[in-house]
Design a protein around this ligand. Structure first.
Ligand code: CDP
Length: 234
């Protein structure tokens, strides 16, 4: 919590495609700044998990919107000394692990393109961020959710590198997968996320674009942290 209380609390938006390193970087930057961290992708994943559990057809926009509106999502800060990020509770149940299942990953972009689902989750995300002192990661944070964020970053990396990282993550979670399979799943998700009509994945005009290919997490964290500290001091 190196930066706590030293400056004006900012709103930091970090966007980018899957596997660009957003969540690891965002969580670490939040910790260094003494800010809260919000993983908006986890929220879309939770609604997707519930839709799969309840066999809601993924093209039924009305049913998906109702589901998003009636679902209670709550975050619990990580306990001191225990590794990992905040825990996400859906209707009182810890779903932090279940939302990472490949079935959810495969379906999430279809749920995330439903306008009613986005409207509901964006409302919750704005509420979470209204006090400032937050790092929020996603696809549309700098463009739509928090267009007035003082610091905006867009993280990218080559498809090969993103697929390598994702493959490593999956193996660590005990879900090994073939490289080609991981790569085409990422490319498919990129296409839907970038091509959808509302809130497509794209950098905000005032975002700092960072290509993380070949760069370590620490380097990227340091770059973002320094830029935020400069802004904090203004
Ligand atoms: O962790 P990973 O990069 O695989 O993705 P995520 O951040 O967990 O997001 C999962 C999916 O949610 C994305 O592929 C998008 O379809 C959707 N999403 C979105 O539409 N808008 C956001 N602000 C965050 C995620």
């Amino acid at each position: 919590m190196e930066g706590k209380g030293k400056g004006r609390p900012l709103t930091v938006a970090i966007d980018g495609p899957a596997g660009a390193g957003k969540s690891t970087v965002a969580r670490s930057v939040a910790q260094k700044l003494g800010y809260l961290y919000l993983d908006t992708g986890a929220m879309y994943r939770a609604i997707t998990l519930k839709a799969l559990q309840q066999n809601v057809p993924l093209d039924d926009e009305g049913a998906l919107t109702r589901l998003a509106c009636e679902t209670v999502l709550e975050w619990q800060a990580p306990q001191a000394g225990i590794p990992g990020g905040p825990k996400l509770y859906m209707d009182g149940v810890d779903v932090s692990e279940a939302i990472r299942h490949p079935r959810v990953t495969k379906a999430v972009s279809l749920v995330a393109r439903v306008p009613g689902v986005r409207q509901r989750l964006i409302q919750l995300q704005r509420r979470f961020a209204e006090q400032g002192g937050v790092v929020v990661d996603g696809r549309d944070i700098g463009t739509v959710v928090l267009p007035h964020a003082e610091c905006k970053f867009y993280l990218t990396a080559s498809l090969e590198e993103r697929a390598r990282r994702r493959q490593r993550e999956l193996a660590q979670q005990g879900m090994p997968a073939e490289m080609e399979e991981v790569k085409s799943a990422l490319a498919w998700r990129d296409t839907i996320d970038s091509g959808r009509e509302i809130s497509p994945l794209r950098p905000a005009e005032d975002a700092v674009i960072i290509d993380t290919t070949g760069r370590s997490v620490e380097e990227v964290v340091e770059q973002i942290y320094s830029l935020c500290k400069e802004k904090e001091a203004l």
